[in-house]
Design a protein around this ligand. Structure first.
Ligand code: ATP
Ligand code: MG
Length: 508
C-alpha cells in the first residue's frame, strides 16, 4: 500500500436543514453554501444551532429535513461513517485521541478498514512518508497524554488528513490553545485551503480568528439563518449585530478602587501530584485577600488544573497546607459551604454537573440539603428548587427548554452559563474560577466578566485561572504566572509588563 496523500478540497452545500428537539426548533430551514477551498466561519450566540447544524451534516443527528450536495452532487449522510467515506471529518474542542496510546497507534487504529495483522514497521514508514507532505508534524511515538494541548490539536487535524478527509469541520478548535498555538494551527490550515487541499468550516466565538483567517462567514440566530457574507465586508460591530439582532450595549462593571482586605485564602508550600503521580504543583505559596482578583496566567498543563482541583476538593495535596479565613482548609463540602466558597472548574459538564440530571437539580447541587430546597436537610422540595432555577435561568439567560430539561441537552455555552449561575449567585467569600468564559459568545463573556468584577467589588476574594491573557489583564488586581507547577512571576496588574508575563509563561 502506498502512503496516504493529501486529497483535494470539495464544495459542500447544505439545503433547508431543519431539526427539532421536542418543542424546540434547533434549526429552522437553514441553508449554507461552502465553496471548494473556502475557510468558512459559522457564528452565532450560545444555543444558536451551530453544533446541531454540523452534527446533522456529519450524520451524528438525523435532520428532520435537509439535503446535502457535495461537489454539486446529492449525497445521503445518515451516519458518521458515510460522512467519513465521503471525505468529511470533524475536529472538536475537546480531544478524541486515546491518551495512553502513541500518535502512531492512534492514527493507524482509527482507520475504518484495518488489516487482520498490522505490520507496524510498514505503518510507521507510511506515516513518516505522509508527514513529509503535511504542513506540520507531531512526534509519532509519544503517548498522546504527553503532548501539549497545541500538539494534541495538531495531531487531531493530522489524523483527519491521514484519513483522507478533504473537508474539515472544526467546532471551537482553538478553545484549548494559547493564542500563538491557535494562530499557528489556523494559519497552516489557511495555507492548505489556499492550495485547494482542504475546505474548512470553523465554529468559533472569536471575532479575531474570523477576521484573520476566514473568507466567508455564515451567521445563525435562534436556529435561523441570518445570512452569509464575505468577511471583508463586515466589521466586528456588524457581525455582533447580526448575531444578536440588535446593537446591544455590552455589560461592563467598573472596578471600584479598593484596598484589599484580610487574607481569605492562603496556600502554603502546596505540592500536588498529577494523575500519573508526577508533581504538577510544586511548593506553591499564594495568598488572596478580600476584594482582590488574583489572576493565574499560564499555558495549560502547567499545574493550574491540579491546583484548582485541590482547592475544590477533587484532588489531595502531597504536601503543604491551605487555609481559609485563617482556619485549616481541606476542601470538604462542609468547609466549602461554611466558608462560602464557590468554584467553577474546567469542563463543567464533566467536573461540575451530573449530566443526566435536570438543569434545576444541577443548579441546586450546592444547596439541595438546605432550606428552602430542603427544610430539614432530609426531604427534598421540588417546587422551591424549580423556582430558584427559573430565576437563575432568567438572570443568566440560560437557553433551556425549562428547569426540568436534562443539562446534557444544553449547548456547550449554556452548560457553562448554568454552572456559572449556580456558582456566582451564592454570595461567596471566595470564588475560584477556571477559564470562566470558555466557549461563551461575546455578549455572555462581557456579562460573566462583569459579574466576576461585581463579586470582587462587594468584597469576595477571587482566584481567576485563565489561559486567556487578555482576560487576566482586564480583570485582575494582581497577576501571577504559573510555569511547570511553580509561580514564575508575580506583579500588580497596574504595573504588568506583558512581555515579561509572556516570557514567564514560556519558561524564560
Ligand atoms: N441532544 C439534544 N437534545 C435536546 N436539545 C438539544 C440537543 N442538542 C442541542 N439541543 C438544543 O438545541 C439548541 C442549539 O444547540 P447547539 O448545541 O446547536 O448550539 P450552539 O450554537 O452550538 O451553541 P454553543 O455556542 O453554546 O456551543 C440549544 O437550545 C440546545 O439546548
Ligand atoms: Mg456548540
Amino acid at each position: 500500500m502506498t502512503a496516504p496523500s493529501l486529497v483535494s478540497a470539495p464544495s459542500l452545500e447544505l439545503i433547508s436543514f431543519s431539526k427539532r428537539f421536542g418543542a424546540l426548533a434547533a434549526l429552522d430551514d437553514v441553508s449554507v453554501k461552502i465553496a471548494a477551498g473556502a475557510f468558512h466561519a459559522l457564528l452565532g450566540e450560545n444555543g444558536a444551532g451551530k453544533s446541531t447544524l454540523v452534527k446533522c451534516a456529519m450524520g451524528y443527528y438525523a435532520a428532520d429535513e435537509g439535503e446535502i450536495l457535495l461537489n454539486g452532487r446529492q449525497v445521503t449522510i445518515d451516519h458518521p461513517r458515510q460522512a467519513h467515506e465521503l471525505g468529511l471529518g470533524m475536529v472538536y474542542q475537546h480531544f478524541t485521541l486515546v491518551p495512553n496510546m502513541t500518535v502512531l497507534e492512534n492514527f493507524v487504529l482509527s482507520r475504518e478498514h484495518l488489516p487482520a495483522v498490522i505490520d507496524w514497521t510498514v505503518e510507521r514508514q507510511r506515516l513518516k512518508d505522509f508527514f513529509a507532505t503535511t504542513p506540520f508534524i507531531v512526534p509519532l511515538d509519544t503517548p498522546v497524554a504527553d503532548l501539549a494541548a497545541g500538539q494534541k490539536q495538531k495531531a487531531e487535524i493530522l489524523r483527519q488528513l491521514y484519513l483522507k478527509r478533504g473537508l474539515l469541520i472544526l467546532d471551537e478548535p482553538t478553545s484549548v490553545l494559547t493564542p500563538d498555538e491557535a494562530d499557528e494551527v489556523l494559519s497552516t490550515l489557511k495555507q492548505m485551503t489556499r492550495d485547494k487541499l482542504l475546505t474548512i468550516v470553523v465554529i468559533t466565538h472569536k471575532f479575531r480568528e474570523v477576521n484573520a483567517f476566514c473568507d466567508t462567514v455564515t451567521i445563525l440566530r435562534r436556529g435561523k439563518l441570518v445570512g452569509t457574507r464575505r468577511v471583508a465586508e463586515l466589521d466586528n460591530d456588524s457581525m455582533a449585530e447580526m448575531m444578536v439582532g440588535s446593537r446591544e450595549t455590552r455589560a461592563s462593571v467598573e472596578r471600584e478602587q479598593r484596598a484589599p482586605g484580610k487574607a481569605v485564602l492562603q496556600v502554603e508550600k502546596l505540592s500536588v501530584a498529577d494523575t500519573v503521580g508526577q508533581l504538577a504543583v510544586e511548593d506553591l505559596s499564594l495568598e488572596i485577600r478580600a476584594g482582590e482578583i488574583v489572576g493565574v496566567a499560564g499555558v495549560s498543563g502547567n499545574g493550574q488544573r491540579e491546583l484548582v482541583e485541590t482547592l475544590a476538593g477533587q484532588r489531595h495535596a502531597e504536601a503543604g497546607a491551605m487555609k481559609v479565613h485563617g482556619e485549616p482548609y481541606t476542601a470538604t463540602r462542609r468547609e466549602m459551604v461554611r466558608h462560602k466558597i464557590a468554584c467553577l472548574p474546567e469542563e463543567p459538564l464533566r467536573n461540575a454537573c451530573v449530566a443526566e440530571m435536570s438543569v434545576a437539580e444541577n443548579m441546586a447541587l450546592r444547596s439541595f440539603d438546605q432550606p428552602p430546597a430542603s427544610p430539614d436537610g432530609v426531604r427534598l422540595r421540588r417546587a422551591p428548587m424549580r423556582d430558584a432555577a427559573r430565576r437563575l435561568i432568567e438572570a443568566y439567560r440560560v437557553k433551556t427548554p425549562g428547569p426540568d430539561a436534562p443539562i446534557r441537552a444544553l449547548s456547550g455555552g449554556n452548560v457553562q452559563r448554568a454552572v456559572l449561575a449556580r456558582e456566582l449567585s451564592s454570595e461567596g467569600d471566595l470564588l475560584i474560577v477556571a477559564n470562566p468564559c470558555f466557549g461563551l459568545d461575546f455578549a455572555a463573556v462581557a456579562e460573566i466578566r462583569a459579574r466576576i468584577v461585581q463579586a470582587r467589588n462587594r468584597g469576595a476574594a477571587v482566584l481567576l485561572v485563565s489561559e486567556d491573557l487578555d482576560e487576566i489583564l482586564q480583570l485582575s488586581d494582581r497577576i501571577v504566572v504559573m510555569f511547570d507547577g511553580r509561580l514564575a512571576l508575580e506583579t500588580p496588574a497596574a504595573a504588568a509588563d506583558v512581555g515579561a508575563i509572556g516570557r514567564a509563561m514560556a519558561g524564560h
